[in-house]
Design a protein around this ligand. Sequence first.
Ligand SMILES: Nc1ncnc2c1ncn2[C@@H]1O[C@H](COP(=O)(O)OP(=O)(O)OP(=O)(O)O)[C@@H](O)[C@H]1O
Ligand SMILES: [Mg+2]
Length: 365
Amino acid sequence: MSDVLLEARDLQKRFVTGGGLLQKATTIHAVNGVNLRIRRGETFAIVGESGCGKSTLARLLLRLIEPSGGSVHYDGRELTGLGAGAMRALRAEMQFIFQDPFSSLNPRMTVERIVGEPLRLHRGLSGGALRARVAELLRRVGLRPEHADRYPHEFSGGQRQRICIARALASEPKLLVGDEPVSALDVSVQAQIVNLLEDLKRDLGLTLVVIAHDLAVIRHMADRVAVMYLGEVVELAETEALFTAPRHPYTRALLRAIPVPDPGARGATEGVLGGDLPSPAAPPPGCRFHTRCPFATEICATTPPVLTEAGGARVACHHWTRLPAPEISALVARTRSPAAEARFALWRAATAKSHDPNHNRETAP
Ligand SMILES: Nc1ncnc2c1ncn2[C@@H]1O[C@H](COP(=O)(O)OP(=O)(O)OP(=O)(O)O)[C@@H](O)[C@H]1O
Ligand SMILES: [Mg+2]
């Protein structure tokens, strides 16, 4: 069995918008030639500024949308060529968790119907067996069996995300893809959901793909990270390597943009990323980052760099070997601050003390 669960090969997505009477159609290159291999059992994170194509890439990976080019391979099978029947069977193994749990839950359905639907469809359960399995899943995500009779509006944001996770678990997935699964939640609740996902990953042997803009969350959760800029992966590295030895100027700029917990950690010479993200309808030629890069030279404006091996990581930059060393200690301090770690450690300590499943629960409404 290959250790690669999910692979993207030269994956592309273009959206055509406009094109009315008075308007010219524009083509948005949302994902532009992405190559990735996600290993079984790892937590793989995707980061980058708003609009860089993270959600589009995640949807392509699960074939929730069709690519404009390239292919996706899941467990050795090419998804892009599968018919509806074969895709339906595989879909149970690949579940998506959205940013906003409220809009992804039908307000007119009870929690039992929401969580029970995949059990009926994929497992053929009904009656008492179905109810028992729903109760088990609710407990698994830190809710109570009696929550099954309530409706989504009766829950807090964190609890709703737990309902979404229970629904995803109902089809016994191998792969969970979370698109900003905690960013709509209160900070105090975020750590609980992050820890729940980590526990589920460990206990059920899941592979996780997580999109998050909070780099402290990524540093805490991820084994490897892909950094995206304007539809392309510019750096792909093990999490520790990415945070302690970022290679791409854009990765360095992203790390610099993290709020500084300790003013003494300041001292940037490259400065925080300036300028706006160029429009994906008219991406700059050459290296797409060259218009904002402090190290750009002539070649960057004309020749797109290829994502290549870079000391254990992969980076797409003409100059990465010649760049001055980033101020690592300052960068590290920002994601390893006591405040960032405490968010996760507090709740973890509470669960470690007791294996009572109720510990994984918020106050009932
Ligand atoms: N259905 C669509 N039709 C047209 N353009 C789209 C569509 N979906 C996404 N886009 C465009 O594709 C680009 C990438 O969007 P995407 O939602 O993947 O970015 P993102 O990295 O997830 O951003 P965010 O962090 O804000 O969620 C953006 O320019 C967006 O406007
Ligand atoms: Mg998005």
